[in-house]
Design a protein around this ligand. Sequence first.
Ligand code: SF4
Length: 321
Amino acid sequence: MSESDLEDAQHPRVSEPGGGSHGGGAGGQVPGAASGCEIVVARHAGYCYGVERALGLADDALASGERPVATLGPIIHNPRVVEALSRRGIGVVGDVDEFERGTLVVRTHGVAPEVVAAARARGLAVVDATCPFVAVAQRKARALHEAGYTVVILGEHDHPEVAGLQGFAGGEAIVVAEPDDVPVQRLRGRRVGVVVQTTQAREALARLAAALAPLARELLVYNTVCDATEKRQAAACELAARVDVVIVVGGRNSANTKRLAQLCGEIQVRTHHVESAAEVRAEWVAGARRVGVAAGASTPDEEIAATIARLRELCGAHGGR
Ligand code: SF4
């Protein structure tokens, strides 16, 4: 089963009133208002397999697990979704120690093994919603550590997925946020093994490998960037190259959404990252003939649809310029 198969099989397609679609499907063009302004949705946008799966597991826990139910940290980096879950009875705790009884859901980013052990030791039921692609990176990190490699993680220092990977690497991994920031002295002459935070760009991994190759005595690189991330990044870049404005929708605390905004911004300076449709401003789309919509893997279909609806209004207001 490939990652592509997973995503395409699991991702819902949302038909647009204009006949287009987004999600794992073909993406498409959505007519704007009377102006003729065209709204183009990235070929791959919105919830990925891991997020769909985690939300489903949290729902299952609420339906049949031991209550109360809480996720360890926000289940996805989208405050609006987290608020909606809270209203339905799925809370959030910041630490295992804050939860006395019930079911603890481990989110897609995963956690260090000792965190799960601590939760079980407290008598909590644990539902592990770690994305299977993150779990692959965790297993690789553990295997590298056990085989005596110095583990390098390409990722964001404070990201929970990276914290979990560090735990699987015995707490001794070196985190590199930028490929150019390799700690040369610590790695020279060592056996070095690399894993990557799943939302990093493949190009960054290539640069890191190139920087490490002349230093390391032995270099083993696992590309653990997930397919869903790559698809969204490729689709967003493709989109940015053919529109006048890009609106990237998703949580500001979502690593993969921020990355989309960054990549689009490098291609199209008129790129704006919003968390909700209401934030889209009329002046952003003034004079635009084509407006693109991209969305991260933690952005619900409803938010993408709302953004399209908002753009329809605004394109109408600025039509024909
Ligand atoms: S972005 Fe990739 S690794 Fe992260 S939850 Fe989605 S499928 Fe899993």
